[in-house]
Design a protein around this ligand. Structure first.
Ligand code: C2E
Ligand code: CA
Ligand code: CA
Length: 766
């Protein structure tokens, strides 16, 4: 395998520039004349200026505005440096360029600090403290002596003394940048070192300024030349993109990095008092005032730090107890509340503690069809409505994706009123984004009297509310149920049933029976429906109506369906081989909607047909209308592929589900099975007869086959024949029987006239 191509290597401009800078510095130091010096300086400084302006074009730096500002600052400094030796008599001309340079540099740092989110109250206070200390030191040590130099304007001397102060402020800002960097990218190190070099150079100028000079030798500019080089390297290095983003949360208010800034600053007044403090009373007053201001700032900073700590503590406590999406209390908080309510409930009073668990119906469907954002919006809106619906003092919590919990203390009528209020929240559709979602909620209620261990009672209450909520879900959307002890038994029974079914499936405890589907004209079978049977070792036969839903819930329907299908296909192959059935005979197999959600089903069925050597046309699959009415894209694709294989597709229990029949045309169904509830009414209910007649007319028009189910009497059979139904199944001909019995009664070569003898237990009614 070829390795992924490495990104094109950035040309090491910064390296070339760094080397050029060092060479220029050497040349400058040992250089032959002032022209060469000027050239060296101008080249490097111009390189830096250009580098700064080009950064935003070369790299995706953020914020884009910062680097051109730095370039402008570098330009100002360059002008200042060029002017200074030329205007020794009027140094203010050079300062007129240099001072704006400092301001621009300050702006540059502010932009970066702002972008990194590292301007905070304590950072600003730290800056003030450092400025006070640095300012005091530079005024007393540099500016004041310079101001006493005779024969030149005071402003020149003071400016010379103040440059180091500017640098201290800038350095403090640069160091602040490093506080929000996990690693120090080369760009950052280079930049901060450059600023430190400027500080050194300015200090040197200030020191000569004390003796009244504003310019001494080109050597004084060496630090500036190196600073230019470093700032240029900083701008050209690829890591410059990291400068604008903070890669870790700002450090603690009292980190060691900050202390290394603060301790020298706080010590400054004391050191000054011991050194130059003796000069005059005015000096001592100034030092005292600055010292006091520094202490005041330190105290303010300490108070702010404590406040921030408390706020952070409160914030994290709130977060630990609340749901971030809705701001409602979370499970932890409401559990504590329920425990508190139980502990405080007076024993002997009629009141009980109630817990209501609410789960939105079809929330997963909303999430799947509109995306999680819409799901979140829906939850937020539901939370808002619920909050407005529950009385003040009643705690409402979000305890899961679409689950809410509410507590209540009182009697049953009160609790039911609350449930009504809550259900009322879903009366109107919820507008989310540009749609409106009709949503309902299933609610489970549980209650407990006073007494008992609050923690244990709470746990039981939450579990019972959950059980009751699932009960509600089982009864359809928008229901509410109060927990009663029998539900536990039902849950336990269901769990036991699930385990037993698993065993039966694994150990061959299931069988398949076959019920004939006859041609009404002849009374001879044209096909058969396979029906699964389970004989529980202790409880005897368990009807499929009981265990199929359990299998669907427990994820067993897929293996169960596959087993039945293989059993049935195997049987069909055998019957076809031994002549029990003829070529036209078809076998009908039930499939659950969940099976049709599996995109692999057609391929699996195709392989099975091949394995048993059965043509697809001899197999029908029966599915309920729900598959086609609310089945998504997968079910539709699966149905088309199955039909393409040549299988017949029948709509089971036709007429019981949905009134919209458009799906009959949209899906490739080949026939319908009229539900036995309509057949039962034949000969008695004119309405049922009408329905059957309508189904026959419609199916004819659509070219669909018709099978009538549950035919028990001759009267029903005759009524069906009169309406034009051609195929039927039911106890009139016989229930589902074992393969052996089927062959015995219904073999193609046995010509038994009229209905076959019925199996024990089913009495013909007609
Ligand atoms: P269904 O598909 O409607 O199956 C027909 C049901 O009607 C069967 O009940 C059958 O025994 C019963 N029946 C047949 N003739 C008469 C009659 O004349 N009168 C009356 N009252 N009932 C009659 P069974 O076997 O209990 O199956 C119940 C349901 O269980 C089936 O309804 C089907 O939905 C499901 N089922 C059965 N076997 C399977 C299977 O292998 N896979 C799946 N997914 N579901 C199955
Ligand atoms: Ca069926
Ligand atoms: Ca049916």
């Amino acid at each position: 395998m070829r390795a992924a191509a490495a990104p094109p290597r950035a040309r090491p401009w910064w390296q070339a520039f760094g080397i050029a800078g060092v060479l220029a510095t050497v040349l400058y130091t040992v250089g032959p004349n002032s022209t060469a010096d000027a050239v060296c300086f101008a080249v490097i400084a111009a390189g830096t200026v250009v580098g700064c302006f080009v950064v935003p074009l070369r790299f995706a730096v953020r914020p884009r505005s910062a680097w051109p500002v730095l370039g402008a600052a570098a330009l100002c400094f360059l002008i200042g440096v060029i002017l200074r030796p030329l205007v020794t008599s009027r140094p203010l001309l050079a300062d007129a360029a240099t001072v704006p340079g400092y301001l621009l540099l300050g702006v540059f740092f502010c932009i970066l600090l702002w972008a990194r989110g590292s301007i905070e109250r304590h950072a600003v206070l730290d800056g003030l403290i450092v400025c006070l200390a640095g300012g005091l030191a530079s005024v007393l040590l540099l500016a004041a002596p310079a101001a006493t130099v005779p024969g030149r304007p005071a402003v020149v001397s003071v400016l010379a003394g103040l440059y180091p102060l500017f640098d201290v402020v800038l350095l403090a800002m640069g160091i602040n940048l490093t506080f929000t960097a996990r690693s120090w990218p080369p760009s950052l190190v280079s930049l901060v070192t450059g600023i430190a070099l400027i500080l050194t150079g300015d200090l040197a100028y200030a020191i000569i300024g004390v003796s009244g000079r504003t310019y001494a030798s080109p050597l004084l500019d060496v630090p500036f030349l190196l600073a230019y080089t470093l700032i240029g390297v900083s701008a050209m290095h690829p890591s410059v993109v990291e400068m604008g983003r903070a890669d870790r949360p700002p450090v603690q208010a009292w980190s060691w990095q900050r202390m290394t800034l603060l301790v020298p600053a706080v010590a400054t007044p004391f050191v000054l008092l011991l050194t130059v403090g003796g000069h005059s009373f005015a000096y001592r007053m100034l030092i005292g005032a600055c010292g006091l201001a520094i202490v005041a700032l330190l105290m303010l900073r300490a108070i702010l730090a404590v406040q921030a700590q408390v706020a952070a503590q409160l914030h994290s406590e709130f977060q630990a107890m609340h749901d971030p999406l809705t701001g409602l209390p979370n499970r932890r908080m409401i559990t504590t509340e329920v425990e508190r309510l139980i502990a405080r409930l007076p024993v002997g009073g009629g009141a009980r503690v109630w817990v209501g668990l609410l789960d939105l119906d079809g929330f997963k469907w909303v999430n799947d069809s509109w995306g999680h954002d819409t799901g979140d919006q829906l939850v937020i809106e539901v939370a808002r409505r619920l909050r407005a619906a529950v009385p003040p003092g009643t705690m409402l919590a979000r305890v899961g994706g679409d689950e809410f919990l509410v507590t209540y203390v009182g009697d049953e009528p009160g609790a039911l009123r609350l449930v009504d209020e809550i259900q009322g929240c879903f009366a109107t559709p919820v507008p989310v984004r540009d749609t409106e979602v009709v949503i309902t909620a299933s609610i489970g209620l549980a209650h407990a009297p006073a007494g008992g261990d609050p923690a244990a009672v709470t746990e039981a209450l939450l579990r019972d509310a959950d059980t009751a909520m699932y009960r509600s879900k089982g009864e359809g959307p928008g229901r509410s149920t109060i927990f009663d002890a029998s539900m536990h038994d039902r849950v336990r029974e269901r769990i036991e049933l699930e385990g037993a079914l698993r065993t039966a499936l694994a150990e061959g405890g299931l069988t398949v029976v076959y019920q004939p589907i006859v041609r009404l004209e002849t009374g001879r079978p044209t096909g058969a429906e396979s029906l699964v049977r389970w004989n529980h070792p202790e409880r005897g036969p368990i009807p499929p109506m009981t265990f199929i839903p359990v299998a669907e819930d427990a994820g067993l329907i897929e293996p169960l369906g596959t087993w039945v299908r293989n059993e049935a296909l195997h049987q069909l192959a055998q019957w076809r081989a031994d002549g029990t059935v003829d070529e036209d005979f078809y076998l009908s197999i039930n499939v659950s909607p969940l099976q049709l959600a599996d995109p692999q089903l057609p391929a699996t069925v195709e392989a099975e047909l091949r394995r048993y050597g059965v043509p697809a046309s001899a197999v029908a699959l029966e599915m309920t209308e729900s598959v086609m009415v609310d089945g998504g894209g997968t079910a539709a694709r699966v149905l088309y592929e199955l039909r393409e294989l040549g299988l017949r597709l029948l709509v089971d229990d036709f007429g019981t589900g949905f009134s919209a029949l458009g799906y009959l045309r949209r899906f490739p169904v080949t026939g319908v099975k009229i539900d036995r509830s309509f057949v039962a009414g034949l000969g008695e209910s004119a309405e049922d007869e009408e329905i059957v007649r309508a189904v026959v007319a419609m199916s004819r028009a659509l070219g669909l086959g018709i099978v009538a189910e549950g035919v028990e009497t001759r009267a029903q059979r005759d009524a069906l024949a009169a309406t034009g139904v051609t195929q039927a199944q039911g106890w009139l001909w016989g229930p589902g029987v074992s393969p052996g019995d089927f062959a015995l009664h219904w073999a193609a070569d046995r010509h038994v006239p009229g209905p076959a003898p019925l199996a024990a237990g089913h009495q013909p009614l007609g």
